[in-house]
Design a protein around this ligand. Structure first.
Ligand code: NCD
Length: 303
């Protein structure tokens, strides 16, 4: 039995297989409509979410399965003081697979060590978010047809943005991927992630200047400043609008640069860009559902 806590638990071969399955689901959805008949997914969300939770739920329904769960810690026994380990043991009696989001880094890992069914990390604090990375990878694959030879700009809150950490982990395994890390000095990529790049000799540069960096990029991954992880509201207010992508800033970008964002968007991308052919962030949402379908099939070992 396998869980998915960190994107690196999937080999690049397995990622390719998930992408092929997702492509096939997109082509032939009816083939998959009953693959999970009689199975239940539990969504345990200890932190607010719209798209990730509903994406998991829609994924399971489209496979013919059912969904149980809760969408805030207040409505679960955690509010009575139950441990994550106990919750995982209990829910294993009700569901075939668990998707867990938690504000504490490592909570889904603890759940996976105590559950008797697969656990999927649906975001743990400022740490990781592997299924968002699956959505990002399918988007990149469908837009660019490759993971090699890409210059990827990551812009915004690189410190607390867990989707950025997981995406870097996934992409750094491919040949000739260069990262341009665009953030205010206060929101730079954590050292542990930078060390993983240095160790693997992956090319990266840090900058504060989006306009300058944008010219080189094949992918621009915008992120929200993660308000809920700040200790100090004033600091958040000072940094929240550090980067706003506008049509003027796109003038120097490549004609086929893909713009991604894990959403929710606050101010980082002007709505004037939504109809630009380079804007991929709503497609990315749809692709996330297909990749979660592929992942559920894999972890449940459905043929
Ligand atoms: C991201 C998350 O929850 O980390 N959103 C998502 O999963 N779609 C990014 C964010 O909340 O800013």
């Amino acid at each position: 039995m396998r869980s998915l806590i960190d994107i690196l638990e999937l080999s690049t071969k397995e990622l390719d297989e998930l992408i092929s399955t997702a492509d096939d689901i997109i082509e032939n959805p009816q083939k998959y409509a009953h693959k999970c008949d009689g199975k239940k997914l539990a969504t345990l969300f200890f932190e607010p979410s719209t798209r990730t939770r509903l994406s998991f739920e829609a994924a399971m329904y489209e496979l013919g399965g059912n969904v149980i769960g809760f969408s805030e810690a207040q409505s679960s026994s955690a509010s009575k003081g139950e441990s994550v380990a106990d919750t995982a043991k209990v829910i294993s009696c009700y569901a075939d697979i668990i998707a867990m989001r938690h504000p504490k880094e490592g909570a889904p890992l603890v759940a996976s060590m105590n559950a008797t069914v697969p656990v999927i990390n649906a975001g743990d604090g400022g740490h990781n978010h592997p299924t968002q990375t699956l959505a990002d990878l399918l988007t990149i694959h469908r837009e660019k047809g490759r993971f090699n030879n890409l210059t990827v700009g990551l812009c915004g809150d690189l410190k607390f943005g867990r989707t950025v950490h997981s995406l870097i982990a996934a992409l750094r395994r491919y040949e000739n991927v260069k990262f341009i890390l665009i953030s205010p000095a206060e929101l730079k990529l954590p050292d542990y992630v930078k060390e993983s790049l240095t160790k693997d000799n992956v090319d990266f540069v840090e900058t504060t200047n989006l306009e300058e960096a944008i010219k080189e990029l094949d992918i621009l991954y915008m992120t929200r400043v993660q308000r809920e992880r700040f200790f100090n509201e004033e600091e958040y207010l000072r940094l929240k609008d550090s980067y706003i992508l506008t049509p003027e800033k796109l003038v120097n970008a490549k004609k086929d640069m893909a713009i991604l964002h894990p959403l929710p968007r606050v101010n980082e991308i002007s709505v004037a860009i939504d109809n630009d052919p380079r804007a991929c962030y709503f497609k990315q949402v749809l692709y996330g559902k297909y990749m979660r379908m592929a992942l559920i099939l894999k972890l449940l070992e459905v043929e």
